[in-house]
Design a protein around this ligand. Structure first.
Ligand code: AMP
Ligand code: MG
Length: 347
């Protein structure tokens, strides 16, 4: 999973929780997991109950973190090693569920969201906690990995056994696991009787209910200048996920190479853009935000349609906003921030 730098995370958290700080009755706790700060805000819950449920979420997240990590030794790295050796191997039911769901989402995205491209992510240096430095990867190897065309369809599942037709598949659920984790967190919170809460992992968030008599107000950040470009009120059960090539990147000779890779070319996404998806399914929104970042303008509309997304907003480095009509109705732009607006389906 990705690991972001702390100052950036703090900022994202602030953006994600505009206004919550001052709200009375909110019990807030921050966990550090998935290489990010996860802030859990529970509204009107007794402190003992809040502590118990946050403890449960912490354990759940830690298990996912260990089991699904793309480069630290654990269940997923074992599976990836077995795939590389051409062996069939038994894995965890939770990983099978990730494979099945992400396979569907990958197909819907036309392969732009592709968790089988772990080798490419690793070659670009993003399978480490620190940001990569130094010379760029060997482009012949990048080409080789692209030509091998690893996809989720290469995997053959039989119960909890996994085999791959393609030894160059390497699973990396960094674009998707956070959404799945937050969906699970919300399920746990509800099962413990929590009716009003927000779970925010570095700006990707799921909400339940509302804090008092207003909605959860969250910010969508500008891809370049750290400011908030717009805010949106989220209703019970909604989620908002933003993916951007500004989050993790390497810099070489003045060029930024982002952690989001275009599976078709093996190259990092170069256009600066952030893609936000408002939905009711965190796993889908997370995967879709990554796919939309790869697509960028103008290809994003097709991806949004194929993935069944009504609420999408992209922002590029010029401040041009690309959005669906439904999303435009939901967001409030900061004065002067949306410099140019391109709404899908409108001339
Ligand atoms: P996100 O921040 O959700 O967009 O996820 C980005 C992370 O997903 C990267 O750090 C990689 O681990 C992984 N990744 C990069 N490119 C892709 C892609 N095209 N499809 C799926 N996962 C990707
Ligand atoms: Mg994502």
């Amino acid at each position: 999973m990705t690991s972001l730098r702390i100052p950036l995370l703090l900022l994202l958290l602030l953006l994600g929780l505009t206004g919550c700080e001052k709200t009375p009755g909110i019990h807030k706790e921050t966990l550090y997991v998935f290489g990010t700060l996860v802030e859990i805000s529970l509204y009107d819950v007794a402190p003992e109950k809040a502590a118990a449920v946050v403890g449960e979420l912490n354990q759940t997240f830690r298990k996912m973190h260990e089991d699904w990590h793309a480069w630290k030794p654990g269940a997923l790295t074992e599976l990836n090693s077995a795939i590389a050796r051409g062996e069939t191997v038994e894995t965890l039911p939770s990983i099978i569920a990730l494979i099945e769901r992400s396979r569907e989402l990958s197909q819907l995205s036309g392969g732009l969201f592709n968790p089988a491209i772990g080798h490419l992510v690793g070659l670009w240096g993003f399978h480490q906690d620190d940001l990569p430095k130094g010379s760029l990867p060997d482009f012949d190897r990048i080409k080789e990995r692209v030509a091998a065309n690893p996809t989720m369809d290469d995997l053959i599942l039989d119960g909890t056994q996994v085999a791959s037709r393609n030894p160059l598949v390497k699973l990396d659920f960094g674009a998707f696991a956070k959404g799945v984790a937050l969906d699970e967190a919300v399920r746990i919170l509800k099962s413990r009787g929590i009716t009003n809460a927000i779970v925010n992992a570095g700006g990707d968030l799921n909400v339940i209910g509302r804090p008092g008599d207003r909605a959860w107000k969250v910010g969508i950040r500008h891809p370049v200048d750290w400011g908030v470009i717009a805010s949106v009120d989220l209703a019970d059960g909604e989620v908002l996920y933003t993916s951007g090539n500004y989050e993790r990147f390497r810099e070489h000779e003045g060029i930024r190479y982002a952690h989001i890779i275009d599976p078709r070319t093996g190259m990092p996404v170069t256009h600066i853009v952030s893609a936000s998806v408002l939905h009711r399914d965190g796993g889908l929104a997370d995967a879709a935000a990554t796919a939309l970042s790869v697509a960028g303008p103008p290809g994003w509309e097709k991806v949004a349609e194929a993935m069944g997304l009504d609420h999408v907003l992209l922002v590029d480095d010029n401040g041009t906003v690309y959005a669906t009509p439904a999303m435009i109705k939901r967001v409030t732009f900061e004065p002067g921030e949306a410099k140019r607006m391109v709404v899908s389906g409108q001339p």
